[in-house]
Design a protein around this ligand. Structure first.
Ligand SMILES: N[C@@H](CCC(=O)N[C@@H](CS)C(=O)NCC(=O)O)C(=O)O
Length: 232
């Protein structure tokens, strides 16, 4: 009797609502099978074993056969281009290809970067190391960068590029999710607020939120309050 073959499966290491949510959302939109490993945040403090898999201690970590990736926007680009007949991707020959790449990376490099400073110096650091001026400056920075999103959504456009939902909306959409979690969403423009509301109605988004909650409960991982994080 031959041995049963074990199908290789995409594996994702993830913390609730963290950047790795981009990868989870893309997996759900594409309907791909995956194994989800939930970690308490931050893993380098509460899941020391994880450092053996990813010495940076950061999430996401995605394994797909020989492929190993730790950058959330690049993972969305990888999944979008490799799987789902390009449903989340924009092809090289499409006039919107450059805009697509730009939005994918804008979501992380331009939008999430200032948010991490707001989070760190507003909530994660111990009281004595908090920096209200940094928080105020980078909150303003983030909201100013959202003007590009407003512009892309002008004339009642529903998506950032290519006239349809793509991985670019996932990358920027996660920054809007994080903004909500850290108290920046009250200052969204009406266009951005409406766009964010629409993104949350997507079945793929809802499935991803449900998947992380179910996996966290099954794996005994709790949503660690942000204040529990210490920069050690
Ligand atoms: N540019 C990377 C950043 C990865 C990253 O810093 N992830 C955060 C979570 S949102 C993390 O793991 N922080 C925990 C730590 O720094 O120990 C990406 O887009 O994935």
């Amino acid at each position: 009797m031959s041995e049963p073959t074990i199908e290789p499966m995409i594996e994702l290491w993830h913390c609730l609502d963290a950047r790795s949510f981009r990868a989870l959302w893309a997996l759900e939109e594409l309907g791909l099978p995956y194994r989800l490993h939930m970690l308490p945040f931050p893993p380098r403090m509460f899941a020391r074993d994880y450092l053996e898999l990813n010495p940076l201690g950061t999430i996401p970590l995605l394994l797909d056969g020989e492929t190993r990736m730790t950058e959330s926007a690049a993972i969305v680009q990888y999944l979008a281009t490799r799987y789902g007949d390009g449903a989340l991707a924009v092809g090289v020959d499409d006039p919107a290809w450059g805009a697509w790449l730009n939005w994918l990376h804008f979501g992380e490099a331009t939008l999430t970067f200032p948010q991490t400073l707001v989070l760190r110096y507003g909530r994660l650091e111990p009281e004595e190391r908090r920096q209200p001026q940094v928080v105020a400056d980078y909150a303003r920075w983030f909201l100013a960068r959202l003007r590009a999103v407003d512009q892309a959504l002008a004339d009642e456009r529903a998506h950032l590029c290519a006239g349809r939902f793509t991985g670019a909306d996932i990358s920027v959409g996660f920054a809007l999710l994080l903004a909500e979690r850290i108290g920046l969403s009250a200052d969204f423009s009406p266009q951005t607020a409406a766009y964010w509301a629409r993104l949350q109605t997507r079945e793929g988004f809802k499935r991803a939120r449900a998947a992380q909650s179910q996996a966290a409960a099954a794996q005994g991982v709790q949503d660690v309050p942000l204040e529990a994080f210490r920069n050690t």
